[in-house]
Design a protein around this ligand. Structure first.
Ligand SMILES: Cc1cc2nc3c(=O)[nH]c(=O)nc-3n(C[C@H](O)[C@H](O)[C@H](O)COP(=O)(O)OP(=O)(O)OC[C@H]3O[C@@H](n4cnc5c(N)ncnc54)[C@H](O)[C@@H]3O)c2cc1C
Length: 232
């Protein structure tokens, strides 16, 4: 119960629940923490490393940095979570206006001041990164994709992790009966859905479908046995 499965790139437009995501592979993007440091090859396919980046980032905040010229209307950086894109970057510019989650600056230092990032370090990070683009080689993280210079007006988009499901659950048997402290079934009490807690089978990584899988499987088993129990 001390663990939960979490993902990356949540855009906390509504701080109480996941509503929007930012595009972690936006063309040309780099990620920095609040100290202004890059942490990873932003285009890695290794989901665990991506999620660990959020786990290890100070305050679990990761800023996506792009330049004004990278942002285009036909490729918005925000989208409704598992839904449509932020048409014409409407939400992006609304949030830029509010100044809590999207920030701008004509220099790395100005951007950093506005976003709450370490200005000196952000300047260093961007200067260093731009030399990597010139050399065609990311000497820190070996990134090969989308190496584009960050110049001119810059934007920062604040992102955080979001919880997918809990790992722990209620002790039960194969008939979905809840077990007591002596591992004996408690009559008439069944468990289904995420409360089953089978997701720890994924270990440190994620196993697609295990949440919905346990929900549908144990929903059926628990429902069937509860009905049977009621008829007896
Ligand atoms: C963003 C996100 C992405 C995910 N992606 C995946 C994925 O790709 N693959 C995967 O396997 N799992 C995924 N999961 C996990 C998976 O969705 C959950 O583990 C699963 O849906 C849990 O099923 P459940 O039946 O326990 O709960 P839920 O699906 O939450 O269902 C509970 C239902 O009960 C209703 N309810 C609550 N209170 C009451 C009440 N008092 N009266 C009546 N109804 C009530 C709720 O409205 C809800 O419809 C994801 C979860 C999240 C949050």
């Amino acid at each position: 119960m001390d663990y939960c499965w979490s993902y990356n790139s949540a855009f906390p437009h509504d701080p109480t629940r996941l509503t929007h995501l930012a595009d972690k592979n936006y063309p040309g993007v780099i990620w920095v923490d609040i100290n202004g440091q890059r942490m990873i090859d932003e285009f890695t396919d290794d989901l665990k490393s991506i999620n660990d980046t959020y786990l290890n980032a100070d305050e679990n905040i990761v800023y996506f940095i792009i330049s004004e010229e990278m942002l285009t209307d036909d490729n918005p950086i925000l989208n409704v979570a598992y839904g449509p894109k932020d048409e014409n970057n409407k939400l992006f510019f609304e949030e830029l206006e509010k100044g809590n989650l999207v920030f701008e600056g004509n220099t790395p230092e100005e951007l950093a001041e506005n976003a709450g990032i370490n200005p000196e370090q952000l300047r260093k990070t961007i200067d260093t990164y731009n030399t990597y683009v010139d050399n065609g080689e990311d000497a820190d993280f070996g990134r090969t994709k989308e190496l584009k210079k960050l110049e001119g007006k810059l934007y920062a988009v604040k992102t955080i992790p979001y919880a997918i499901m809990t790992y722990g659950g209620i002790k039960h048997n194969v008939d979905a009966e809840v077990l007591d402290v002596n591992n004996e079934p408690i009559s008439g009490l069944y468990v289904a859905g995420e409360a089953v807690g089978n997701v720890q089978l994924s270990g440190e990584n994620t196993c697609a479908g295990s949440g919905l899988g346990q929900a549908t499987l144990f929903g059926r088993v628990a429902g069937k046995n509860a009905a049977k129990n009621a008829l007896e």
